[in-house]
Design a binder for this molecule. Structure first.
Ligand SMILES: Nc1ncnc2c1ncn2[C@@H]1O[C@H](COP(=O)(O)OP(=O)(O)O)[C@@H](O)[C@H]1O
Ligand SMILES: [Mg+2]
Length: 416
């Protein structure tokens, strides 16, 4: 690799392959998935209790809470971060507990998160992690852990069960979770690794295109600003293999698409992606990434990021800026790239409100429906009738999407 770039290649943003390979528990963390999520008073959800699968599509209208639902998993990742992590910081970063706790919460002001982690969606959990917290009251603005419990399959007693005697002696201990502390999470480090390795992606093509030197890249690069640098920094054989998988996957969805290649500008040293199309006018001509359509760039970013790690991926609205014909292929493209990479088990949770994305048959059990009510949003999986309709050939768009429409909005004709 000859590309020498400034701050983009700092370890903080782009952990090297060696680094991210990590400990044995980190490796184990990648072969697990979140199989159930239970929440109390989290943002616009008063109560949630839903199963999750290897691919889960969270569908709901605007402001129904799709991003809020993903945020609980980002929150867990933030708590478990090795540098600058922790419960207090994760809450602070979200504007404090009052922003985070459900406004519809009535007498019970505690926020609770319960996550089950399994080998696959249908097996019993290996780990159960529960965290509950609330403000201390008495004018102090501290948030205190009210419960933190870790259970492991095969163990009759919890691995961790707080508050314990020490917590009672020293209330300050309850400002921290055990999972954020190396000294107290040794027995369930695998769970901390799992949460920490979660990737969140909300690709913004403008940022991918005009990646100005010196522009600050958000931590973890959720918006894809550093995509070209990431590609540049990847060792050639891996880079070529990834680009090849992307090209194969794109070719199925974009009929004129021909080839994809990486090049480093000889004068400036800047990395570039080039694509060619089988088109009579542009045959043989290469298009550079700043000429790509926004949608194409987002799709490339997504297909690249799918291959960068094997841990939980949270993906926001992949349909944006893409035409419907391509959007319909997104679930298949995700599967195809992961299968070729032998990482088919990687859990991907996708938020969407796209009719096109949900127009092809999907496993009906993989869909999570968000329905706003005056009392917060309700999250649920498809019921037996809906599952039956989908197994008979109706698409999730036909069966489920109409149910995500906020009541009364039809009369306005907004979505007509
Ligand atoms: N603590 C909270 N209690 C109740 N509602 C909240 C809370 N925090 C955010 N919201 C509401 O959640 C909605 C935004 O949800 P969001 O996840 O961004 O929706 P989506 O991603 O589906 O468009 C907004 O209407 C906002 O007012
Ligand atoms: Mg959103």
């Amino acid at each position: 690799m000859t590309h020498k770039s400034s701050r983009y290649t700092s370890r903080r943003f782009f952990p090297s392959a060696k680094q991210s390979r990590g400990s044995a528990s980190a490796i184990a963390a990648r072969t697990m998935l979140i199989s159930r999520l239970e929440l109390k008073n989290w943002r616009n959800f008063r109560h949630v209790d839903v199963p999750l699968r290897t691919r889960t599509f969270v569908i709901g209208a605007n402001a129904s809470g799709k991003s809020n639902l993903l945020d609980v998993l980002r929150f867990m990742g933030d708590i478990c971060k090795t540098a600058g992590g922790g419960l207090q910081k994760a809450i602070e970063d979200r504007g404090g507990l009052t922003k985070l706790r459900c406004l519809q919460a009535r007498t019970d002001h505690e926020v609770e998160i319960h996550v089950e982690i399994s080998k696959d969606a249908d097996s019993t959990p290996i780990w159960e992690y529960t965290l509950a917290f609330k403000p201390e009251g008495k004018g102090l603005h501290r948030v205190l852990v009210t419960r933190e419990i870790v259970k492991r399959a095969g163990r009759s007693t919890p691995v961790l069960n707080r508050p314990d005697i020490d917590d009672k002696k020293d209330v300050l201990r309850r400002t921290q979770t055990a999972i954020e502390q190396i000294n107290s999470n040794s027995e369930f480090r695998e769970v901390a690794d799992f949460f920490r390795e979660t990737t969140y992606l909300h690709l913004i093509p403008q940022l991918l295109k005009h990646d100005e030197i010196g522009a600050r890249i958000a931590e973890g690069d959720p918006f894809g600003q550093g995509l070209l640098q990431r590609i540049a920094k990847t060792p050639k054989p891996t880079r070529d293999a990834r680009l090849r998988r992307i090209a194969q996957s794109l070719a199925k969805a974009v009929p004129q698409f021909d080839q994809l290649k990486y090049e480093q500008d000889k004068n400036t040293g800047h990395p570039h992606l080039l694509a060619s199309y089988q088109h009579w006018r542009s045959h043989g001509a290469w298009e550079r990434e700043d000429q790509f359509s926004d949608g194409a760039l987002r799709l490339l970013g997504l297909l690249w990021m799918l291959q960068e790690s094997a841990s939980l991926l949270l993906l926001e609205e992949p349909e944006l800026s893409l035409n419907d014909a391509i959007v319909g292929h997104i679930p298949l493209m995700i599967d195809r790239v992961l299968r070729k990479q032998k990482a088919f088990e990687r859990q991907v949770i996708v938020t969407t409100h796209s009719k096109a994305l949900l127009s092809n048959p999907l496993d009906g059990r993989a869909i999570l429906l968000l329905q706003p009510t005056s009392d917060g949003t309700v999250a649920r999986v498809a019921d037996d009738t809906e599952l039956k309709l989908m197994s008979q050939g109706l698409s999730p768009a036909e069966v489920l999407l109409p149910k995500t429409r906020p009541q009364d909005i039809d009369q306005l004709g907004l979505f007509a």
